[in-house]
Design a protein around this ligand. Structure first.
Ligand SMILES: NC(=O)c1ccc[n+]([C@@H]2O[C@H](COP(=O)([O-])OP(=O)(O)OC[C@H]3O[C@@H](n4cnc5c(N)ncnc54)[C@H](O)[C@@H]3O)[C@@H](O)[C@H]2O)c1
Length: 304
């Protein structure tokens, strides 16, 4: 065992990863397995589960893979009971699922609010109860990690419910850090910004295209979008004893976008917190042209 293995003290522990088969979940699971951590994962995507099944089964650590939706508390109960039977303990919980729709608040309905709240917040309460009760009974503490978002920490037009629910999770972590400290359970968040995944929408541009490269340089201080390892290193850290005095915290894993909030690195002009003169002129002339063409077509219609 190396010095760092010893300090981290992760080998042999049992991690539960919800939403672990795809997106940002799978790199987390894969890194846990490489670090000698046993993993139980659930995911609602049957194809994603099938795609990783053989790698999970041939891992050098014990694993469990189940098709289940985190919003279904009966399915979660069955999943945690199976973990009891297979592993007999839980040391780490990572909650990955999240997401929502894009619409101005005034165009949304209670059914949509409920769906986004379930997908981002209510299931977190459920899985946290399931894991924390077991950690407390075991008497050896544990680490709970929530994947939130930069949107928990800034306004997010047209995604009000998503942003509010992510903010609720960040708040929950702070409160539970206090409620659980006596039992040695730490609760922390990781707040990503842009990590292209199949479901994240991402950019309109191909990342390899000149437009894609320019977009990243302008909007991300580190000049690139996140990749799996950028996130998983932070999960390993928070799960491990290296983070033994870290609780109720959020790690912003975003290449600096939260720090730069509103500042852009424009080519030639450098950092500005407003659009460049060139862009403003370009947009102004485009809108003038549009006005011109709509008044021409109105005049055409009047004379017809
Ligand atoms: N990808 C990004 O750019 C980004 C940015 C900020 C925040 N986040 C947050 O990070 C987390 C992961 O993002 P992602 O892009 O990997 O998302 P994703 O939609 O790909 O989800 C990750 C995994 O969770 C599974 N999953 C989703 N909903 C589930 C449910 N209800 N029950 C069980 N499994 C479910 C998916 O099948 C997938 O395998 C989310 O909470 C998201 O809000 C992502």
């Amino acid at each position: 065992m190396t010095y760092l293995d010893d300090r981290a003290n992760l080998r042999g522990k049992v991690a539960v990863v919800t939403g672990g088969a795809g997106g940002l979940g799978w790199p987390i699971v894969r890194d846990f397995m490489k670090a000698g951590v046993q993993v139980a994962l659930c995911d609602r995507d049957a194809a994603a589960i099938e795609a990783i099944a053989s790698e999970m089964q041939s891992a050098s650590v014990k694993t469990l893979l189940r098709l289940a939706d985190v919003r279904d508390s009966v399915a979660m109960d069955a999943f945690f009971q199976e973990i009891d039977r297979e592993f007999g303990r839980i040391d780490i919980l990572v909650n990955v699922p999240g997401g929502g729709f894009v619409a101005p608040l005034l165009e949304t309905r209670p059914k949509g609010w409920q769906a986004v709240a379930s997908q981002n917040f209510f299931y977190v309460l459920d899985t946290t109860q399931q894991a924390a009760r077991r950690m407390i009974a075991q008497g050896q503490g544990g680490s709970i990690i929530y994947i939130t978002s930069i949107e928990a920490h800034r306004g997010v037009p047209n995604r009000a419910i998503y942003g509010s629910m992510k903010a609720a999770v960040a708040h929950l972590a702070k409160t539970l850090a206090m409620e659980f400290h006596a039992d040695g359970i730490r609760v922390n968040c990781i707040a990503p910004d842009i990590f292209p995944t199949p479901n994240s929408g991402g950019s309109a541009f191909d990342p390899q295209s000149p437009q894609g490269k320019l977009e990243r340089t302008i909007s991300v201080p580190m000049g690139r979008y996140g990749e799996g390892d950028d996130l998983t290193g932070c999960v390993l850290f928070l799960a491990s004893d290296l983070a033994s005095y870290v609780t109720g915290a959020t790690l912003h894993v975003d290449g600096g976008t939260y720090a730069s909030s509103g500042w852009f690195n424009w080519p030639d002009q450098g950092w500005m917190n407003t659009p460049t003169q060139e862009i403003v002129d370009m947009l102004a002339s485009a809108s003038k042209q549009q006005e011109g063409s709509s008044s021409t077509s109105r005049a055409g219609a009047d004379s017809a």
